[in-house]
Design a protein around this ligand. Structure first.
Ligand code: SAH
Ligand code: SF4
Ligand code: F3S
Length: 444
């Protein structure tokens, strides 16, 4: 018999999606039902993100909305993830009626925590570490997609960039063993998964305690050895994100060159094009070091698509610093950039630095960045017209019922006329049109 009905809403990065998958699986095993309806669930869990103030605010808005729609039938509300880890006990007393607070490493214990709340406990708190024998494998039914799987390989961060809350919410880096990761890829391949994404706050900082499972694979770093071992599983597509520039060894590119199933996409967040700002951010590299990595990528055997993250308006960023960022973007010609206005995070070392850039100025710089990128992307996407791309079809297009949608190996969205029967297949599409952030084409 079901112990209760749980609805989970997930915010933030792939790591949170992967955590939600694990919680879902644990809950099912413990006889809970997973519901897709917030209106009727006994328990509503929010898996939260704290990376910027706006991300953090989202969960409180959602709690408000849900409470209003539920009226007198009050669900048990739980907060997990990064906001839970950072705010802890304080979340019980902020008026939202939160009853469960479970930190980023409490995923395995959620069935028990929920059970206690259902039993009547008013404040259930767990900010503890993972248990030594925690199982990371997620049964296939618990995953967000039947074709693409996220596989966490390293969790946490030791870098402490001055603006960033992640080392506080996710704790120190912990790598999973290669044997476990390879085993998971093999299992996913055997049940029909076509793509895996190796994920971590910094995947290439991967440093496991043992290298059992990597015997016979060479490489300059544990991560490049893992990539070669992953490629040998013959999983059709392997992507990885996010790469940290300082730890981006050229051997990663060599491994990609050697194995076609290591996909042609690198996400390498630069944050700023000014050495002064990079130093203030404590990123651990200079623009010239970063450009050396880019050069290796551009000189590779295949063309690798390149994406980045940029922060505008870091405290003290002058218009010259910002100009340097624009120049860097012009030089690197990214396939996409994810830009963010600097958001002060309490507890980080940049908090209280003062000398902040005004909101107005941040908005102006943000727009200038977007404009420049739109121009670069227009040309870059335009170059795909007439070419054939390989697309893993994963859903119906959001815009048209007669179109299907999927991703290329270089992680671009492609839409094309087609039916549901193509879902899960890797098809060849001839590109006929380039849109601002996607491609359109026909089945070959
Ligand atoms: N580990 C990755 C980034 C993880 S966080 C790296 O170091 O590259 C994802 C992105 O959020 C960052 O790349 C950064 O661009 C943005 N970000 C993080 N903290 C931020 C803050 N306080 N304000 C604005 N953007 C931030
Ligand atoms: Fe944050 Fe820096 Fe760690 Fe990335 S490397 S998660 S930006 S502290
Ligand atoms: Fe957000 Fe936590 Fe990911 S702060 S970006 S959910 S690691």
């Amino acid at each position: 018999m079901s112990k209760g009905n749980v609805y989970i809403e997930t915010f933030g990065c792939q790591m949170n999606i992967a955590d939600t998958e694990r919680v879902t699986a644990r809950l099912r095993t413990a006889d809970y039902e997973i519901s897709d309806k917030a209106e009727t669930a006994d328990v509503i869990l929010f898996n939260t993100c704290s990376v910027r103030a706006r991300a953090e605010q989202k969960v409180f808005n959602r709690i408000g909305e849900i409470k209003k729609s539920r009226g007198a039938s009050e669900p048990i509300i739980g907060i997990m993830g990064c906001v839970a880890q950072l705010e802890g006990e304080a979340l019980f007393s902020d008026g939202a009626g939160v009853r469960i607070v479970a930190g980023t490493r409490a995923t395995d214990r959620l069935p028990d925590l929920i059970g206690r709340a259902l039993f009547g406990e008013k404040r259930v708190l767990d900010l503890g570490d993972r248990s030594e024998d925690e199982e990371w494998d997620v049964p296939v039914v618990g995953r967000h997609s039947p074709y693409v799987a996220y596989i966490p390989i390293v969790e946490g961060c030791n870098k402490f960039c001055t603006y960033c809350i992640v080392p506080f919410s996710r704790g120190r880096e912990q790598s999973r063993t290669p044997a476990e990761i390879i085993d998971e890829i093999n299992k996913l391949r055997d049940v029909g998964y076509r793509e895996v994404q190796l994920i971590g706050q910094n995947v290439n900082s991967y440093r496991p305690k043992t290298e059992a499972g990597l015997e016979g694979f060479c490489g300059a770093t544990p991560f490049s050895r893992l990539l070669r071992a992953a490629a040998a599983t013959k999983m059709p597509r392997i992507k990885f994100t996010t790469s940290f520039p300082r730890d981006f060894h050229p051997d990663i590119v060599s491994a990609m060159d050697e194995h076609e199933n290591l996909c042609d996409w690198v996400h390498l967040p630069v944050q700023s094009g000014s050495d002064r700002i990079l130093r203030a951010m404590r990123r651990g590299y200079k623009v010239a070091d970063y450009l050396l990595r880019i050069e290796t990528i551009k000189n590779a055997k295949r063309r690798y698509s390149l994406t980045t993250d940029i922060i505008v308006g870091f405290p003290g960023e002058t218009s010259e610093d910002f100009e340097a960022t624009l120049q860097l973007i012009e030089h690197c010609r990214y396939d996409a950039i994810y830009s963010f206005k600097y958001s002060e995070r309490p507890g980080t070392s940049a908090a209280g630095l003062g000398d902040g850039v005004s909101d107005n100025e941040k908005a102006t710089r943000f727009l200038a960045l977007e404009q420049l990128q739109r121009r670069i992307q227009k040309k870059l996407y335009g170059d795909y017209v007439g070419r054939e791309v390989s697309v893993l079809v994963d859903r119906q297009s959001a815009k048209s019922k007669s179109d299907m949608s999927g991703h290329t190996t270089c992680n671009k969205v492609v839409n094309f006329p087609g039916g549901e029967e193509l879902k899960g297949q890797i098809v060849s599409i001839r590109v006929s049109e380039a849109k601002a952030n996607s491609l359109y084409g026909e089945l070959v």
